[in-house]
Design a protein around this ligand. Structure first.
Ligand SMILES: [Zn+2]
Length: 227
């Protein structure tokens, strides 16, 4: 849950104090870029291409380690954050760590629409290969992070909270980008087909859907925004 440890009256001062920026290499797509896709409960993409992608939070550098998604089901939205009362269809978490194992997460919200967001193509193309738990595959083409973020990546809400996945309960600096990105309806569909079981286990009623936790609603919480 959200840890509101700073008074709201300090909002502006705190907003000025928090300086976050993406390093120049953050969105770099290296030729040898290799992303591996694990069939875990949140479809995690580990970054292992040797490129350092970092953000700076209060003078501490956090390197991007992995990226994963939360989604709903064909008739249910699946974002973990609700912005202005809207529960969006999908949410990406860009997970960063600093030297002291502190965690900073950039969250991006996506709305389903009739278009195609090309940035999702490498991910969506790989989904049929990792339908079952424990599967892993390299993405078939380069992932362009810039297009998975929003155009103004410095326009965000910030609060300190915890990770929403059970394996991590350490304190996390959250940055929820205010701009809403999108994912095509047809691109979202393969996410709903992932299974929570291995290939040899029973497949009945085991689609990986609604893998979100609504513990991070921003309404009424103490949050900070630099803009
Ligand atoms: Zn997450």
């Amino acid at each position: 849950m959200i840890n509101g440890d700073s008074p709201t009256s300090d909002r502006q001062a705190r907003a000025d104090w928090i300086k976050v920026f993406l390093s120049n290499s953050y969105c770099k797509a290296e030729e040898k870029q290799q992303w591996s896709y694990y069939g875990r409960t949140n479809a995690k993409i580990m970054l292992d291409d040797g490129v350092t992608r970092s953000i700076e939070v209060l003078g501490s550098t956090y390197d991007l380690k992995s990226l994963h998604f939360h989604w709903g089901s064909p008739n249910n939205a699946g974002s973990e954050h609700i912005l202005d009362g809207i529960h969006y269809d999908c949410e990406a978490h860009f997970v960063h760590k600093n030297e002291r194992n502190g965690v900073a997460v950039i969250a991006v919200l996506y709305e389903k629409n009739a278009g195609i967001n090309k940035a999702f193509n490498p991910i969506v193309d790989a989904l049929p290969e990792i339908v079952y738990k424990g599967k892993r595959v390299s993405l078939p083409s380069q992932l362009h992070l810039q297009q998975l973020l929003t155009q103004d990546s410095e326009n965000f809400y910030h609060y300190n909270g915890s990770l929403t996945t059970p394996e991590c309960d350490e304190t996390v600096s959250w940055f929820i980008l205010k701009g809403i990105n999108y994912i095509g309806k047809t691109q979202m569909a393969p996410f709903y087909k992932l299974r929570t079981v291995t290939e040899t286990e029973s497949h009945e009623n085991c689609n990986l859907v609604n893998n979100y936790r609504l513990t991070q609603e921003l309404n009424g919480r103490i949050v900070f925004s630099p803009k």
